[in-house]
Ligand binder design. Structure first.
Ligand SMILES: Cc1cc2nc3c(=O)[nH]c(=O)nc-3n(C[C@H](O)[C@H](O)[C@H](O)COP(=O)(O)OP(=O)(O)OC[C@H]3O[C@@H](n4cnc5c(N)ncnc54)[C@H](O)[C@@H]3O)c2cc1C
Length: 435
């Protein structure tokens, strides 16, 4: 087995929107080591469809604040919500400076509305907003000489002593271990979808940071606050589940059991519809129920849901002519590593941003299109804090005992740690969705 030791000023784990935006906000005289478990593009950030929310104008503040709190069952951190909303216009301006191309209506940005929002305040690029934003950020990151990108490299541990983070241990695609020392470590590893049988996120996004945080007594918050989307396309194929937007039911799509009978009110809140589907699947003794849009105007389906139509066709379902199978799927993680408004965790020199962190913005439930915004706002704030506090001196390295990492199955080990903690905090949720 080969080992190596290296160092940088700052280490960023994860190349989704949060990690990339943080890297772009760090000064260019700092060396940055960025890594991702998979390819640079395979992050949930690339998958975001609907858009990114932002304050419409100053008069919108109260409504946006209230919409976010109502969605979060008033369990949100008011300070975090306030910070996110107030920063949103600046963030959007920065994205435009990075040449992110939001759809326009005439000369103005085309703002849309989603469930839970009382006003049209969502910017989008067709229905591939995440790809548009993340690819432009990545393009900018690639041009920076101070940023070193490592694909197919997995963080398997933190190097820390007396609650001070000094770096990370990584494992590359060949299985070799490396110690990377840094003066600040930023965890931007996304959510936990890969722990679930069905999730709309990539399979490799498995909440590794949470397991590693637990191991080192870094505080977590609300890790049982996990959003289950009622309808993903059911498939026997391995890989992530394809999301069937809420709007399909909004337009009149009907859920049917194995006898093709309607069994619930499709327009109830997400958690209620998900539970009704789960119950029906148990009664039917199968892993899906049917979603039926055959009674709707075909032109409406073609114009509103071209991607869904196309994707289902690829999977063998002509949804204009026949019902198609759907199942609930994990979709978003509201909890995470507890952080303050500067992304600082309970361990010195360790930051967490994006979906793996818990700023408290979402409370118990996320308002649609708030997650990309949250990722960017707090990524920038963590970068600012690093810039203000990082010592401008060489990063120290130490001897590492690599033998402790040999022969271990980290994926299995960390999966068990995270699921066990979810079970400890919320047995009902665990039994309903994690088994
Ligand atoms: C289908 C879908 C649609 C969505 N639509 C929207 C939307 O319309 N609007 C919205 O605001 N949000 C949406 N979201 C949510 C949003 O995309 C994510 O919450 C957000 O992009 C998270 O960004 P992130 O940078 O924190 O994580 P991610 O983008 O998931 O990036 C995580 C990164 O960490 C890396 N990583 C993970 N573990 C390790 C490890 N151990 N070592 C090294 N690297 C690791 C991954 O490879 C990846 O590079 C959607 C999500 C999905 C799945």
């Amino acid at each position: 087995m080969s080992y190596s030791t290296t160092s940088a000023d700052v280490i960023i784990v994860g190349t989704g929107a949060a990690g990339l935006f943080c890297a772009l906000h760090l000064p260019e005289n700092l060396s940055i080591y960025m890594l991702t478990k998979d390819t640079l593009e395979n992050s949930a950030s690339y998958l975001a469809q609907g858009g990114i929310a932002a304050l419409k104008d100053s008069e919108d503040y109260e409504d946006y604040f209230e919409d976010t709190l109502r969605a979060g069952h008033y369990e949100n951190s008011r300070k975090a919500v306030d910070t996110m909303i107030r920063q949103s216009p600046v963030i959007i301006r920065e994205l435009l400076d990075y040449h992110v191309n939001f759809d326009k209506k005439g000369d103005d940005l085309d703002l849309t509305k989603e469930g839970g929002h009382s006003a049209s305040r969502i910017l989008h690029h067709e229905d591939i907003t995440g790809q548009e934003i993340t690819s432009k950020l990545l393009q900018n990151v690639r041009e920076k000489k101070n940023i070193d990108l490592h694909e197919h490299t997995t963080m398997v541990d933190l190097i820390c002593e007396k609650n001070v983070c000094k770096g990370i241990i990584t494992q590359d695609a060949e299985g070799a271990f490396h110690a990377v020392f840094g003066k600040a470590v930023v965890l931007a590893t996304g959510g936990i979808g890969g722990l679930f049988k069905h999730s709309t996120a990539f399979r490799h996004i498995t909440g590794d940071s949470l397991a590693i945080a637990l191991k080192h007594n870094v505080l977590l918050k609300d890790i049982n606050y996990i959003q289950i989307h009622p309808t993903a396309l059911y498939s026997e194929k391995p890989g992530r589940s394809f999301l069937i937007s809420e709007a399909v039911r909004g337009e009149g799509g009907v859920l049917r059991n194995k006898n093709m009978e309607r069994f619930t009110d499709e327009l109830q809140p997400r958690d209620v519809v998900s539970a009704a589907i789960k119950k029906q699947m148990e009664i039917d003794g199968r892993g899906f129920v049917w979603l039926d849009v055959t009674h709707l105007d075909p032109e409406l389906i073609k114009s509103h849901f071209p991607n869904i139509l196309e994707h289902c066709k690829e999977e063998g379902y002509d949804i204009l002519k026949e019902p198609f199978p759907v199942t609930p799927a994990q979709h978003y993680f509201m909890g995470g590593i507890e952080v303050d408004l500067k992304g600082r965790t309970s361990m010195d020199n360790l930051y967490a941003i994006g979906e793996t962190s818990c700023t408290g913005v979402h409370g118990k439930n996320r308002l649609g299109s708030n997650s990309l915004l949250e990722s960017l706002v707090f990524a920038k704030r963590s970068a600012q804090n690093i810039e203000e506090t990082i010592p401008y001196e060489p990063t120290e390295t130490e001897e590492v005992d690599f033998s402790q990492y040999e022969g271990r199955d980290f994926a299995k080990e960390y999966r068990e740690i995270v699921l066990e903690e979810i079970k400890r905090r919320d047995k009902d949720f665990y039994e309903q969705w994690c088994t």
